[in-house]
Design a protein around this ligand. Sequence first.
Ligand SMILES: Cc1cc2nc3c(=O)[nH]c(=O)nc-3n(C[C@H](O)[C@H](O)[C@H](O)COP(=O)(O)OP(=O)(O)OC[C@H]3O[C@@H](n4cnc5c(N)ncnc54)[C@H](O)[C@@H]3O)c2cc1C
Length: 206
Amino acid sequence: VVVQARAAIIALPPPLAGRLRYRPALPALRDQLTQRTPMGTITKVHCLYPTPFWRDAGYSGQVTNYHGVLGTVFDNSPADGAVGVLLGFIEGDVAREWGSRTREERRVAIVAELTDYFGAAAAHPTEYIEQSWADEEYSRGCYGSFMPPGVWTGFGPALRAPIGRLFWAGTETATEWSGYMDGALQSGERAAHESLAALGLQSGAM
Ligand SMILES: Cc1cc2nc3c(=O)[nH]c(=O)nc-3n(C[C@H](O)[C@H](O)[C@H](O)COP(=O)(O)OP(=O)(O)OC[C@H]3O[C@@H](n4cnc5c(N)ncnc54)[C@H](O)[C@@H]3O)c2cc1C
């Protein structure tokens, strides 16, 4: 499919934007920025239970453990408590280490941690669901891409600067809540205003 347009907004994390093919090729600073902003390594896990039983014991369901398989745990049950859902994240080095193990090994280790935190009722989830975001072809990691030391100071000006009629959106380009949904929305509005202004259709002021 060939689509012709007067302007384009690329709303991808920089490392994924760098995988697109541009003609003419992008300026060096922009391309090298995309070479230096990796996605984080996160596996997201959900354990389902008949009820959010931990609430009865007065627990929030929230845990932070720098030494666990799950770095963080949250109560992700619906507000009415119709089903119990504990959500956890395996993060960074731990996600890479446990990513080389089997799903069953991860399930056993994670259920053991939840049982340690919340008691025997956590030992038998009705479902165990996991997603390695680094394995997802069109994400290749999360929660977003980040800048290792030296990238912002060396390549930062290329993050948002339009190139001809190409404009850059995506949460990584946000000036507030970068890496979050709110940042994605802010960046989309900014890029829309920029492109409209460039086409002479509307002020770029926000
Ligand atoms: C597991 C997880 C938990 C998160 N938790 C939170 C949270 O609690 N709160 C919060 O605010 N944020 C959270 N985030 C971050 C939030 O999801 C992102 O900040 C937000 O989705 C970024 O939006 P975006 O539009 O910039 O990019 P994305 O949502 O990444 O959108 C980019 C889109 O481009 C598509 N795409 C990729 N390559 C191509 C291609 N070549 N051609 C066409 N399309 C392509 C992708 O499929 C995707 O749909 C979480 C993210 C993850 C993965």
